[in-house]
Design a protein around this ligand. Structure first.
Ligand code: SF4
Length: 369
């Protein structure tokens, strides 16, 4: 039975992980950019789903969907796909492919059909599965997040318990690259429960690697309250990056409280100052257009962006109401002219990057990938 992965750049890391998991169980997922018989596997996020769902519905083959969008709304996706893998796919996808290959009835934990949903019966232990094989991806060092930011799908898909790959396995996968870059919800939480840092674990990891190390940069940023003098010393001692990326998300403490960020603007200010004192450029994520923002909240965010951009850079995004989160279905709020003009002006000076008018603009090419 021929099995294929619908390749998109947005899902390339999921592809690397699941290619390796399926290969280990004897299935090769060839990458394709259009539907091909006999089995097609799709990974959907909320921005790729509108283009890929109709393609999936029109494909006269077996179709399987997973990823954050399919995990958050399996019933909707089952109108287009034959099977939905809900949550982590390492165990569920190869088990589903085995049923299809052997023409056996599908009763796999973590797989939904229009007839039934069999809930997952375990979480993935990262050391038990490969990061990647010949389809290379980032090295995922941690999964799961104890926080509950109300716009974020991560804890709703991977759970609140933080799990870590062992240092030996991380070193093994990183050795396939010259530069080591990591996937994690919070790089400075490596080895910890995600709430109380264990910097001795971070030090043990960084000192064991033989690469040029990029730590606390995309795609493995940090939380601002984890940025301490000691943490920065580890980065400046062991790592190649001269910037550190963390989320502020808003310049309004009222908004931060409402979205349950678990930190304040004061934590962000401290993190920025620690970075600049150490010669690191702070790169700070901001989300604009939360549904409940007032004009005053947005003006506070504008003031905050002005301050942040005088010391580092800002990565701005327009709010996207993701399914499966407490803010699903809510309408983004338009930006006050002051904030909109400010972001545009700073972008021209290279101080702001991102897409703050529409969450979809940066991804509008996805259908043709
Ligand atoms: S935004 Fe980051 S800290 Fe908040 S829930 Fe998501 S992964 Fe966790």
């Amino acid at each position: 039975m021929r099995m294929h992965w619908r390749y998109t750049s947005a899902s390339r890391n999921s592809y690397a992980v699941l290619f390796a998991a399926c290969e280990r169980e004897g299935f090769v997922l060839e990458p394709v950019r259009k539907p091909v018989p006999e089995v097609m596997v799709y990974s959907l996020n909320s921005l790729t789903a509108p283009a890929l769902l109709p393609e999936m519905a029109a494909a006269p083959f077996i179709t399987i969907a997973g990823g954050p969008h399919a995990s958050a709304c399996p019933d909707e996706v089952l109108r287009y796909a034959d099977y939905v893998v809900v949550g982590e796919g390492e165990a569920a996808l190869p088990a589903l492919l085995a049923c299809l290959a052997d023409d056996r009835p599908v009763s796999v934990p973590g797989v939904a059909t229009t007839d039934a949903f069999n809930p997952p019966d375990s979480t993935v232990r990262l050391d038990a599965w490969p990061c990647f094989s010949r389809m290379k991806g980032y090295v995922e060092i941690s999964r799961g997040c104890p926080f509950s930011c109300s716009y974020c799908q991560t804890p709703r898909i991977f759970g609140h318990a933080m799990r870590h790959r062992s240092i030996d396995r991380i070193v093994e996968y990183a050795s396939r690259y010259r530069d080591a870059r990591f996937v994690t919800p919070n790089a400075l939480a490596y080895g910890s429960d995600g709430q109380a840092p264990r910097l001795e674990k971070v030090k043990a990891l960084l000192s064991a690697l033989h690469n040029r190390i990029w730590f606390g940069t995309f795609p493995g940023e940090v939380r601002p309250e984890f940025v301490t003098k000691e943490a920065i010393e580890l980065i400046t001692t062991y790592c190649a990056n001269d910037s550190l990326q963390f989320g502020a998300q808003s310049g309004s403490d009222a908004v931060l409280s409402r979205i349950q960020r678990g930190h304040t603007t004061g934590d962000v200010i401290r993190a920025v100052e620690l970075c600049t004192d150490a010669g690191l450029t702070p790169v700070v994520d901001i989300i604009v257009g939360f549904p409940f923002e007032t004009d005053d909240d947005q003006k506070e965010t504008a003031d905050f962006v002005r301050w942040l951009s005088s010391r580092g850079k800002v990565h701005a995004h327009y709010f996207l109401p993701l399914p499966g989160t407490p803010l699903a279905g809510s309408a983004p709020r338009p930006l006050v002219p002051e904030l909109s003009r400010l972001l545009g002006g700073l972008a021209l000076r290279g101080k702001v990057t991102g897409s703050w008018r529409s969450a979809g603009i940066a991804f509008s090419h996805i259908a043709s990938e």
